[in-house]
Structure formats: structure tokens, C-alpha cells
Design a protein around this ligand. Sequence first.
Ligand SMILES: Cc1ncc(COP(=O)(O)O)c(C=O)c1O
Length: 480
Amino acid sequence: MTVEDPDSTAPGARTPAPRTAAAAGSGPSARPHGDLERYTGLFAQRTQVMKSSAMRDLMALTERPDVISLAGGLADTTLFPAEDLAKVLSHMAAGDAARALQYAPTEGISEIRPCLAAVMAAEGTEVDPDDILVTTGGQQVIDLMCKTLVDPGDVIVAEGPTYPGAVPTFSAYQADLVQIEMDDDGMRIDVLETTLDQLEREGRTPKFIYTIPTFQNPGGVTMSLERRKRLVEVATEREILVLEDNPYGLLRYEGESLPTLFTLDGGRFVVYGGTLSKILSPGIRVGWTVAPAPVRQKMIIGKQGSDLNSSSMSQLFVAYYFRERDWRDYVQRQSDVYRARRDVMLAALQEHMPEGTTWTRPQGGLFVWVTFPAWVDTTDLLARALQHDVAFVPGRAAFLDGRGGNSMRINFSGVTEDDIRTGIARICTVIEEQMELYASLTGTTRPRSGGAASEPPPAPRTADAPVVPLRTAGRRRGNG
Ligand SMILES: Cc1ncc(COP(=O)(O)O)c(C=O)c1O
């Protein structure tokens, strides 16, 4: 069977693995163009529904110095003093070289767990350090939840929009993702309850509810206390697990912190997911979870199959860092920088965005969610934006059902204030171009953008604010 043989790509056709490097196309001679087809028959069924992470794909762009990427979810690691890193690492090497280079228990190195408990306590969440399972980033918590609980076709309920990086995980486990709309107060729990009733009538109970209640990614909104309480009641009444993913809780720029779902529930149905990626470093890949004992036990077994243990070196670095430096001070310094960048972004949006555009005003976290008039397609917009050297995450990446087409997620933590201003202005240039195109195709008058000087721009609305139709914008503001 050769790569030219059409049968070699038939579903289920098993093509023998190439025997030589040349046959595999990996030799010095050019790769044959049928490379992918050669392997098609070998892939597992699940790969047919696996989705690439829009964010990871966009990460490649952040490497290009000419592109202003508002697409990432990056902590600004340039804020971390290099000399601190050097000193802490050298102390770790002097004191614990052998352990740093050795395997570690799957549950995590003992010294790191009180550090992670201290991070939770800083937000008012009390936990026994022994109950913490250290993971390889917060991403592994999502993966282990799915690995432990989800069979193909099982339902996971999440916010709509949801964390774009969770979408490939859910699809890899062949979950059926049901997304619940949000407003200013986070997930609509009334809609959740109606949806759970409907699912129950269909004989389906979700395996878990995935939520980012605080400074949601990508929505930027925070679940109100009332809804938090009700969500915990719903979980208890219906005996459904909730995964509370909380990477951003300590990056608060204004307002009072709210109790975590984990605190309200006492850890009976709520599984907590944390990470140091946003408050210390994503490069060290340290996250953690606290779960009811039986779930935790399965997660430990699941983790053994994935990576045996999270990096010993990273864990020891964290233990030394917490011992020798004031981690809270660093979080505070980051928050001050991000607060200023958020304000610059909100002001730039206010100045440039076209009539009918709405956006969230996050009290913390890293993201603003922007919703354009319905005729804007942000996937198309991104292609054009890249020609103008600016990137964002198109809204469809945060849904599994095709919604989000006229929304985008933009990040303010990983970019300088100047780049935020330039980036937003560039996006608006592209929008202007689309407006011209729209107007010429539809023969309508061209909707105006900006113009804050003559008329105040619309108040920022929520992630799921109803889309303002172009007609309305034209009537109200027209340019005739
Ligand atoms: C909501 C959410 N969960 C999990 C993660 C993954 O975190 P980590 O980088 O620690 O794996 C992120 C990263 O952006 C996130 O926003």
C-alpha cells in the first residue's frame, strides 16, 4: 500500500508504519506530500473530534516580534527580578540538588503543599495541606477530572463562553459540552437549573459542572455571592460535582473578594483547581487540586499514568521561593501593573470601538471580552488583523457549538501599555475596513466607529450582552 493508494485513507484502514527514515519522509530528501495520509488509519477514534487549542496555535505568533499579541493569557514574567530567580535557584541547588533531580511522590513534595494552602488561605479558603494534590499546571486538573470521570458522550456543563484551553481537553475525552450563558453576575444559575432539568428528562446527568467563577476566562466577569450559594445548593441537591477553576482569584484590582465555591461547599461536591501560573510563573508548571477523597484517589492514579509526578525541581523552587521571598508582595506588584494595563485597555476600547460594540469591565484577572455587532465575524477579522500585526482570540474558540462568532477575547497583562493602545487601534483599523466592505456589499450607509468626542460611547456590557443590531446603530448614529 502506498501513500497514493486512496484506500490507505479509508476509516479504519491500518497502514503499516514506515520501516525506514526515507520511507517516513524524515530523511534528507523532501517529505512526500502524502505524509499525513500514511498515518491516518492508525489514529484513535477520539482524534477525529480532538480540537487544536486556538490559544496554543496563536502562541506561535507571540514569537513574532512584529505582532502585538492580545491573544495570550500570559503573566508578565519580566516583572520577576532575575536576581531573585538566580539566588533562590542557587540556594535550592546548594541545599537540595539530589532531590531536585530525583522523582517525587505523585501527590507532590511535602514542603510545597503548605505553600499552596497559603495561597488558598490568602483568598479565605482553608484547606489541609495533606489534601492537596500537586499537578502539572492548572491544565492538568481539567485533564484529570475528565480522565477520572468522563466516558465518551458524557455531559460536561460549562459557562458559555468557557476557557478556550479546556475545549481541546473536553473534546479529547469526547465529552458532550453544554454551555450556559452568563451575564454580569457570572453563570446564569436559573438557566443552569432549567438545563439540568432538561438533561434529566433525557436521562443524562452531567459528570461535572466546570466553572471559573472569579474573573472568568474569557468573559472577565465574576459570579455573584448569591449565585455561588445557589450553585453549591444545586450541586448538593443533585449530587453533581463542580470543578471550580481559580487561577485568577488573587489578581484583584478592585472590590472585595468573595468566598470560593469550595469554601461554601466545604469540599463535598466542589473540586478546587489552582495554579501558580498567573501569580508566579507559567514556566514552572505548578498547579494543584483539592478533591473529595475518592475522586482524589482516582486522580492520583490518573496522574501516575500521565506524568508520574510534577517536576521535582519546580516544586522545590516554589518551596524555597516561598521561604525566602514575600510571594504576596510579588502578587501585589503584578496586580498594580495589570490594573494600570486594564485601565489603558478599557480607555482604548472606549476611544476606538465602533457603535454597537460591548465589552466587559473586569475587576481582576487578565481578560476583556468584546462583542461586536452581529455582522462582524472575528474569525475572519483575525486573518485580517494578523496582516496588521495584531492578534486576539476569536470568540468561537470559547464555544464548542459555533457560537461566539462576533466576539473576541483580548488580554492586557502580557503587553505594555503602549502596545495595548497600538493593538486596539490596529484592530479598529481592521474593523473599519470590514465596515467599508459591509457597506459596499449591502449598499447601506457605513456605520461609524469611535466618535466618543461627539457622543458618549455605549456603556460596557456583559459577556453575553445581547448583540446590538447594526440597524440600531445606524438609526441612532447614522452618518447620512
Ligand atoms: C481558567 C484556566 N484554567 C487553567 C489554565 C491553565 O493553567 P496552567 O497554565 O497552570 O496550566 C488557564 C490558563 O490560562 C486558565 O485560564
